[in-house]
Design a protein around this ligand. Structure first.
Ligand code: GLU
Length: 305
């Protein structure tokens, strides 16, 4: 028999491949109960499905990420009884992968430099709002109001040559026209109970940033590239990222990357019903551990007892 004859077809290969999960914290603060819930869900899903669990350190924001927070991630997860495959992927070490994806999107004519500063953008938004409401993205931030997209090529080139800093943005209208209707497979639940085949509406985000002025990539771009490169098949993460999935699906299609399934989970809130933040001291895993809570106690606290 030839090697070709025993090579599994796509479907058999998919069935034989164990599912791949990942927990992907940003080391810009200490982990709290919400992270513990997400990490434990990923760990449990990987165990019950015979799958693999990866840990990815999302440290592209060099101004906020710190080595001591990264060290605390490893320590807290190990204390929780979670184990993950090594080596851990640290995004800051893979900028060339994101650059390659950006180049691909640029070659499709979907990327443009945007020169405005944050302050200029805020000023433009207030000027637009004087004439009526200006659209906001699903996180509540105003859509990009700048004019950089329509700059003539020579003006753009002059600005770049002069050393003016710029971000790279996705031309959302053109990108959406290119791919048409998009959906994703939601195994969990969105904030409004969305489940199953969910329509993706990336246009709600406007011209998202693909590379920041200070970092040659962005959250959306690196998460999509990494999930594909690492073969992640089921993405388990908080509902705060539910709507961002629309942008991720769009980028996956534009970059010809495989489509993972998504399982968004409820968020753990504080006693006032607010989403936990990395500065929320009393729900930090460090503080809870110091107060004598056990890993089993953490499971009970997040409803996984
Ligand atoms: N790094 C992101 C965070 O800490 C999570 C990214 C993701 O799960 O897609 O919120």
């Amino acid at each position: 028999m030839t090697a070709e004859a025993v090579k599994p077809g796509h479907d058999e290969f998919f069935l034989m491949t164990p599912p791949v999960f990942r927990f992907a914290p940003s080391p810009n603060g200490y982990l709290h109960l919400g992270h513990a819930y997400s990490a434990l869900l990923n760990f449990d899903r990987a165990r019950e499905s015979g799958g693999r669990l990866l840990l990815r350190i999302e440290d592209i924001d060099t101004t906020r990420c710190r080595p001591e927070f990264e060290a605390a991630v490893y320590e807290d997860l190990a204390w929780l009884g979670i184990d993950w495959e090594t080596p851990v992927r640290r995004q800051s070490e893979h900028l060339a992968d994101y650059r390659a994806a950006l180049d691909k999107l640029s070659a499709l004519g979907l990327v443009y430099p945007a020169f405005e500063s944050r302050a200029e953008i805020a000023k433009l938004v207030s000027a637009r709002e004087a004439d009526g409401p200006w659209p906001r993205d699903p996180d509540g931030a105003p859509l990009y109001p700048g004019e950089s997209k329509s700059l003539p090529a020579d003006a753009r080139a002059r600005l770049i040559d002069s050393g003016a800093p710029y971000a790279l943005r996705l031309d959302m209208a053109v990108a959406c026209r290119r791919v048409g209707g998009l959906t994703w497979n939601e195994l969990g639940e969105g904030p409004d109970g969305e489940h199953g085949t969910v329509p993706a509406r990336p246009e709600a985000w406007g011209d998202v940033i693909l590379a920041r002025k200070e970092t040659p990539t962005s959250y959306h771009l690196s998460v999509v590239v990494d999930d594909a490169l690492q073969g992640v098949s089921e993405i388990v993460r908080g509902q705060d990222l539910f709507h961002a999935t629309a942008v991720h699906r769009l980028l996956q299609v534009l970059l010809s990357l495989p489509e993972p399934a998504y399982r968004h989970h409820r968020l753990i809130c504080d006693s006032e019903g607010q989403k936990l933040s990395k500065s929320s001291g009393s729900t930090g895993l460090h503080a809870l551990r110091a107060a004598g809570i056990t890993p089993a106690g953490i499971r009970r606290l997040v409803g996984l007892g």
